[in-house]
Design a protein around this ligand. Structure first.
Ligand SMILES: O=C(O)CCC(=O)C(=O)O
Length: 271
């Protein structure tokens, strides 16, 4: 199926799941089972979204040996799942080994199984010592699914409004945000996601993990927020598949109602 105009809607399924620290094979099996469950639902999803670093969790001390070399194994099964079930997959992010470095990389497949984007997290999170073990990506990434301009952000990236702004100024209508965001910063998570949606007048679709990893307790609360800042769906603190329907025509409507993009004064934004 192709989507030629932007008045269409997507059913979205966020796989809000726990992650077993340092166990890529078990995590893959668990993800696949939950994704099978998502595509078997009566409202079959158009897009499935996973959370951040779902293959390894933050097992940073072993990350060099656990990371998927060139993301090959993850890419193969995700592409095959997307093709088999005719579903887009914003496959959260994986620990991906490239050369002697490890990246926190988002992979995106369309419903034919074609990889349409990969994005390595550009802002590494010092509070979890990411910068000591991972290498940062070096570019922002936008892509299309069904012709809908979409953008990539991973977890901590949402604290940098410049990234979401750059993406929206370049046409992005849907921002995907896989995360491993822990307590006690639930209000930061919800407020920042809400702000990115309202200020950029775009959908924000964010999938956060649950469970514990080391000292961190992850609270779920995956969110789908519309371009007016209304919550379409929100998870609780436990594992679940969070689903919602996204009306892609709403972006143009909201952008027409309050024309912030044409009201910008970029020449005055420098001191
Ligand atoms: O910014 C935060 O509070 C959480 C960020 C985070 O956990 C991450 O980027 O992995």
């Amino acid at each position: 199926m192709t989507m030629s105009d932007k008045t269409k809607a997507w059913n979205v399924a966020l796989i809000q799941s726990d992650i077993i620290l340092g166990q890529p094979a078990q995590n893959r099996e668990r993800m696949e089972t939950k994704m099978e469950q998502a595509v078997s639902a009566p409202e079959k999803p158009d897009v499935i979204v996973l959370s951040e670093m779902w293959n390894t969790g933050y097992d940073l001390n072993q990350i060099g040996s656990l990371a998927d070399p060139d993301g090959k194994e993850s890419r193969a099964w995700l592409a095959s799942f997307a093709r088999t079930h005719g579903v887009h997959i914003v496959a959260g992010s994986i620990a991906e080994k490239r050369g002697d470095k490890v990246y926190n990389t988002m992979l995106v497949f369309d419903r034919t199984g074609r990889e349409v984007a990969s994005y390595s997290k550009i802002h590494l999170f010092r509070l979890m010592e990411e910068e000591k073990h991972l290498a940062p990506g070096d570019r922002a990434v936008k892509f299309e699914l069904d012709g809908i301009p979409s953008g990539a952000s991973i977890c901590y990236d949402i604290r940098f409004p410049e990234l979401a702004r750059t993406l929206s100024l370049n046409g992005t209508e849907v921002l995907f945000v896989p995360a491993e965001w822990p307590h006690p910063r639930l209000h930061h998570w919800r407020t920042l996601l809400m702000a990115r949606a309202i200020e950029n007048q775009m959908y924000v679709i964010a999938c956060n993990r649950t469970g514990t990893g080391g000292r961190d307790v992850f609270f779920g609360h995956s969110l789908i927020i519309d371009p007016w800042g209304e919550i379409v769906a929100e998870g609780g603190e436990e594992e679940e598949i969070v689903t919602g329907r996204v009306d892609l025509g709403l972006v143009a409507e909201v952008r027409g109602r309050i024309p912030v993009f044409s009201d910008r004064r970029p020449s005055l934004y420098e001191l």
